[in-house]
Design a protein. Structure first.
Length: 82
């Protein structure tokens, strides 16, 4: 998958998360329940949002770490392109 497509997909996920947070405006986040994508835990909606946003911050941190690597950027072929 081309890097531009990966970036676009990431941004679309960001938009979806932001929209769900907007839709939750006015809900009692500690009381509203959401099922984990792992289907193991049932979290409050507030906890679910906190975990999702922390996960996204980690992606941003990882991207910054990669972009700070010596020799970045370099040509990369993702597995699905090979």
């Amino acid at each position: 998958m081309p890097l531009a497509a990966v970036r676009q997909e990431f941004l679309e996920w960001q938009d979806q998360i932001a929209e769900r947070i907007r839709q939750a405006d006015g809900l009692d986040l500690p009381r509203a329940r959401a099922r984990s994508p792992l289907r193991v835990w049932k979290w409050s909606l507030g906890t679910f949002f906190a975990v999702a946003l922390a996960h996204e911050r980690r992606h941003i941190w990882q991207a910054r770490q990669v972009s700070n690597e010596q020799g970045f950027p370099r040509s990369v072929t993702l597995k699905s392109e090979a």
